[in-house]
Design a protein around this ligand. Structure first.
Ligand code: UDP
Length: 406
């Protein structure tokens, strides 16, 4: 069956043309040329959740843009029971520097569920891109005829050595590994490549909104707008340090009055989210709003209306929320870790902080200087325009894939 991308009764696929006013015709033509050369390929991406978290956000846009450019690019999601995702979340935590007791039982659950997925997946594509540790062992179950690429999105600054040793048994079978930054490179024989993620400026999360649309979304969730908004938008995850955000806000409030809004969603592959959300709610105060919802338009509205956006992560492979907020000209205060260090240039297009006290001081400084939104915010938007739009990500992938075709 042929997919009718040009069905006049429906919306059309996104295309490089949409980005041309933002990236210029020279860049657009170059990317079109690279895409043209790969038109015959059939590519598949495999990850572990359809929504919640940056990987799903990237795949939902990138796969459509690739199809819009004429390259058949699919997206499969592995299925697993909560016990599987409980094991993989522990692995994720240990890769980011936490500890894990990786028992034989956990290993069996992990490998068995991936085997079951492999049996149903029929991966006979020209390029297979596997995202993050959850589906990593898939490669064990195929006679490999095409390049397989493992794309690991986590902050690999200091992975648990034993767990890494176990996982590297799978990783070594891949033809390439892609991580976000050179400092995440590991001692493995597989060639490693570095590609930073990017955002879709036309998605519900990022597209322009009118003031009325912003008001409407904020009213819907009863967000008070009488005082400046301090906002963090993140899955409820210890690495996002939501408690640190609350502590910093409480210190800052001794000097400036504001409302804190913490918004998070709970991904299907993240079983810790609900528990962390509930533990935060128990310490609720009048000027602190904590919401668990999946509403991209609300995320968009908050990032646009916020006086300051926090992303006080302790580990962060690459913070899409940082780039999303910067695209809206927000002043972002980010944790001085992982990808955020490459997204924010301290004092130029945002601010980096090392601890709760730093964050509190920076919140006060930004709230007392509303003119920063124009200066720092403009730099922030320009950074995203030049480095972090989806077309740049697509071009990086086209370059990597064509290196296998050569
Ligand atoms: N997000 C969302 N709703 C929320 C929290 C996050 O839609 O309540 C989106 C957010 O806009 C971003 C992604 O989820 O696109 C999170 O990506 P990021 O890289 O910041 O963190 P990750 O969850 O992948 O660690």
């Amino acid at each position: 069956v042929d997919f009718r991308a040009d069905n006049p009764n429906h919306s059309t696929l996104p295309s490089i043309d949409d980005y041309e006013p933002l990236i210029g015709s020279e860049t657009a033509d170059r990317i079109r040329g690279k895409a043209e050369k790969l038109r015959d390929l059939h590519i598949v991406n495999v990850n572990s959740t359809y929504y919640g978290g940056g990987v799903a956000e990237i795949l939902s846009s990138l796969t459509l843009l690739m199809n819009g450019a004429g390259i058949r690019t699919g997206w499969r999601v592995i299925q697993g029971r909560p016990d599987f995702f409980s094991v993989t979340k522990r692995m994720h935590n240990a890769l980011q520097g936490g500890e894990i007791y990786f028992s034989d039982l956990k290993q069996d659950i992990y490998e068995e569920v991936v085997f079951e997925n492999a049996a149903r997946m029929h991966l006979d594509h020209d390029v297979v891109i596997v995202h993050d540790p959850q589906p990593l062992p898939l490669i064990d179950h195929f006679r490999k005829k095409a390049p397989w690429i493992w794309r690991c999105h986590v902050d690999l600054t200091k992975p648990d050595p034993k767990l890494w040793e176990y996982l590297s048994g799978f990783v070594e079978r891949y033809d390439a590994v892609v991580v976000s930054l050179p400092e995440y490179a590991q001692k493995i024989s597989t060639p490693q490549r570095f590609i930073m993620p990017a955002i879709n400026p036309f998605s519900t999360t990022n597209k322009d909104l009118t003031e009325d649309e912003i008001d409407d979304r904020l009213r819907h969730y009863d967000i008070p707008t009488d005082l400046p908004l301090v906002v963090q938008i993140s899955r409820f995850d210890k690495w996002k340090d939501p408690q640190g955000v609350i502590d910093a806000f409480n210190i800052a409030r001794k000097q400036v009055d504001a409302t804190l809004v913490l918004v998070g969603n709970i991904a299907t592959d993240d079983p810790e989210g609900q528990e962390i959300f509930e533990s935060l709610c128990s310490s609720r105060e009048e000027r602190i709003r904590i919401l668990s919802v999946q509403d991209s338009a609300f995320v968009n509205a908050l990032q646009r209306r916020a006086a300051v956006v926090l992303q006080k992560s302790l580990r962060e492979g690459f913070g899409l929320t940082v780039t999303e907020a910067m695209w809206k000209g927000a002043v972002v205060i980010g944790g001085n870790v992982g990808g955020i260090k490459h997204q924010i240039e301290d004092g130029v297009n945002g601010f980096l902080v090392d601890n709760v006290q730093d964050a509190a001081e920076q919140i006060v400084r930004v709230l007392k200087a509303p003119e920063l939104r124009a200066t720092v915010g403009a730099q922030a938007r320009e950074t995203v325009r030049s480095k972090f739009l989806m077309t740049r990500l697509m071009e990086d992938w086209l370059d990597l894939i064509s290196s296998f075709e050569a």
